[in-house]
Write a protein that binds this ligand. Structure first.
Ligand code: SD4
Length: 301
């Protein structure tokens, strides 16, 4: 496999996303194709309450998906509030490559996807519908900090967006981010994941960053852009992520006690760093090295 190539992804399912991305990178493919492959794996193969087809719905019982993709040369595309399309990340890529725009939302995004040949299919699973019915008994919007509870049925945890960043053997960077957003959000709510600069930012001159957690905090702080700019000023990926977390806390000290915010960064030399507001954020790293490819690292917090 090509030396220098590396891919990193958020959360424990990042192992699977990295494996899908590595099929591209390991064969000498480019970073953009790799992150799309990784994100598609999370949207399609994985059945998880916070990404893709198995996502939990909003408070009205509607599943709406957000995704973005970005190449290190500045090309980017995104979709938000997209319904009944299984691969938002690929629609985001089509927005990037086939339109003069960067972002499409809602019905317009869906119409564009269908015109591009993406099948329209109802996505809400029976399990997600049941979780929603359960949630409606209290109808309280209270995102949980703890990611550990995420795999249980009816589970309320929200912090499982897939963010994936890759560096290919030619030194190109790319990233993607895909999510069903915060469970039980207001109908129409859009998080950070599809917003370039908030949930994802990539610049070949410097590095790439992505985020998971309560997206409002990332949008408020233009957080992924902030992480990349801090790396541009010379910070290591980990220091850049930590400083961005400190910014989040400084802006909203009280709210920060109850919310989870996590950053993951990869610089152009392939160095990786992460930092989270609260403990429990894990990420997966894959490269051509001899180590185990399913190793997860726990971020400092
Ligand atoms: C959002 N950042 O929509 C996403 C949520 C997240 O699993 O990380 N969810 O705010």
């Amino acid at each position: 496999a090509p030396a220098g190539a590396r891919v990193v992804s958020t959360w424990d399912f990042g192992v699977g996303a990295n494996a899908a991305a590595w099929q591209v990178l390991g064969a000498g493919g480019n970073a953009l194709d790799a992150v799309e492959a990784g994100a598609r794996w999370a949207e399609g193969e994985l059945c998880n309450p916070t990404v893709g087809r198995c996502g939990n719905p909003d408070r009205d019982g509607v599943l709406t998906l957000d995704a973005s993709i970005m190449a290190g040369d500045g090309r980017c595309g995104a979709v938000a509030f997209l319904q009944d399309i299984a691969h938002p990340v690929s629609v985001a890529r089509a927005v990037m490559e086939k339109t003069p725009h960067v972002m499409l939302v809602g019905e317009g995004a869906q119409r564009f996807a269908v015109a591009q040949g993406f099948p329209r299919t109802p996505l809400l699973t029976e399990q997600a519908r049941r979780a929603w019915r359960e949630w409606r008994k209290t109808a309280e919007y209270a995102p949980q900090i703890n990611a550990e509870r995420r795999q249980r049925p009816g589970d309320q945890s929200n912090h499982d967006t897939l963010g994936i960043l890759a560096l290919d053997a030619q030194g190109r960077l790319a990233g993607a981010c895909t999510t069903s957003g915060m469970a039980w959000k207001l109908h129409g709510r859009v998080g950070d994941s599809p917003i370039v600069g908030a949930g994802l930012y990539v610049d070949d001159e410097v590095g790439a960053a992505t985020a998971s957690g309560v997206g409002e905090e990332m949008i408020r702080n233009a957080a992924s852009f902030l992480v990349v700019e801090l790396m541009r000023q010379g910070r290591s990926p980990m220091d850049a992520c930590r400083e961005a977390i400190e910014r989040v806390v400084r802006k909203r000290p009280e709210a920060s006690k109850r919310l989870q915010v996590c950053f993951l960064a990869l610089n152009k030399r392939g160095e990786v760093g992460a930092y989270a507001l609260h403990k429990g954020f894990v990420y997966a790293v894959r490269d051509a090295g001899p180590g185990p490819h399913d190793a997860l690292r726990e971020a400092a917090s």
